[in-house]
Design a protein around this ligand. Structure first.
Ligand code: SF4
Length: 355
């Protein structure tokens, strides 16, 4: 039998979880529930970068008779507590008496997987696991949906290992063989297209909510909605599914090969969010240093400045000044004689110092 994917029309003011979940006959098997949203960085509650907290509120209200924990591990260089606070999750936790769990410091257990040992949150043993993803395009992995959202369960060390090997797509696929969510929900009300997954991606509103117990089915249906062929997403596994509701197709703008602004190009070649986030923050912080800003603007206006991070050396700039950022680019910088800023990830201040 094909797995079912429920698709309902929704706005943040009207979210009908009952309609969404009864159509796929979903009832939790355990008494305790873990909700895993996508809150990559410190964003406000209306940001199109994160799972909107109103979706979580609707789920908490629907599962009011269960003991609920909301868990997330923010990217390197950010604090999960701050992410929970800025997106309004701290208030939600107080109001509904639910717990917040920081996966970056939680209790873990070792499990075997294709690449050796993986450290997973212990809470997965005791709680029904509901994966609450966001519909977004992603510069490195083309999209981030339910499969990719599971990466947030990893320890900070395992997240780095995911990237260091340069096999991020194969590892996302393998991770999904190890962890199977009991339910997946995708917030596709406000979504992201273009150069996601951060603030450089553009908001696109399609007013949908999706749910399925099958992570592959929901991601296959989400790709169809986004108008992105399945072969554009290297980690995706093809899965037949039955749609409950109307699957309307949109044409999401695809991400570019690299971020670009004026003559600045940022090549995030399988790099972790830690490097990406700190590079972006360094550039945004630069106006605090007038002399550096003038020098930087001169360079990006009249020449080309390339900043490279990550272990994948297959896509590299052909011209312009090149700065390599992070331990992963050390070998490349040494071989080619490029300027290198070390660290895993390097601190924001360290990046600013050399810009
Ligand atoms: S150097 Fe950057 S990209 Fe490489 S593992 Fe460290 S944080 Fe990740």
């Amino acid at each position: 039998m094909k797995p079912k994917v429920a698709i309902i029309n929704s706005t943040y003011e009207r979210i009908d979880i009952k309609e969404l979940l009864t159509s796929i006959d979903y009832t939790p098997k355990k008494k305790k529930i873990l909700l895993k949203p996508n809150i990559v960085g410190p964003k406000d509650e209306n940001s199109h970068v994160i799972t909107n907290p109103k979706v979580l509120i609707a789920l908490i209200e629907y599962f009011k008779d269960y003991e609920i924990v909301i868990g997330e591990g923010s990217v390197a260089g950010t604090d999960t507590k701050l992410c929970f606070k800025s997106a309004g999750y701290e208030e939600i936790a107080k109001k509904y008496n639910v717990k917040l769990l920081d996966f970056n410091v939680c209790e873990r257990k070792k499990v075997k997987w294709k690449y050796g040992e993986l450290s997973l949150p212990k809470i997965l043993d005791t709680h029904e696991y509901i994966n609450v993803a966001k519909m977004k395009t992603h510069l490195q992995t083309t999209v981030t949906l339910a499969m990719k959202n599971q990466k947030g369960l990893l320890s900070p060390l395992d997240k780095k290992e995911f990237h260091k090997s340069g096999e991020i797509n194969a590892k996302i696929a393998a991770l999904n063989e190890v962890i199977k969510p009991d339910l997946n929900v995708i917030d596709a009300i406000d979504c992201m297209e273009g150069n996601g997954p951060g603030a450089e991606g553009t908001k696109i509103t399609i007013n949908k909510l999706l749910a399925s117990t099958d992570v592959y089915a929901i991601d296959n249906a989400a790709l169809k909605i986004m108008g992105i062929p399945i072969n554009k997403v290297k980690y995706m596994k093809k899965q037949e599914y039955e749609t409950i509701g109307i699957l309307s197709e949109h044409r999401f703008k695809m991400p570019d090969e690299y971020y670009h602004k004026l003559g600045l190009r940022m090549w995030f070649n399988s790099s972790c969010s830690g490097c990406n986030h700190n590079i972006m923050t360094a550039i945004k912080t630069l106006p605090k240093y007038p002399f550096k800003t003038i020098k930087f603007l001169f360079l990006v206006t009249f020449g080309k400045l390339n900043i490279i991070a990550g272990p994948d050396y297959s896509k590299l700039p052909k011209k312009g000044k090149i700065i390599c950022v992070g331990t992963c680019t050390k070998k490349l910088a040494k071989e080619k004689g490029y300027f290198h800023i070390d660290g895993c990830p390097p601190k924001v201040e360290e990046i600013i110092k050399w810009l």
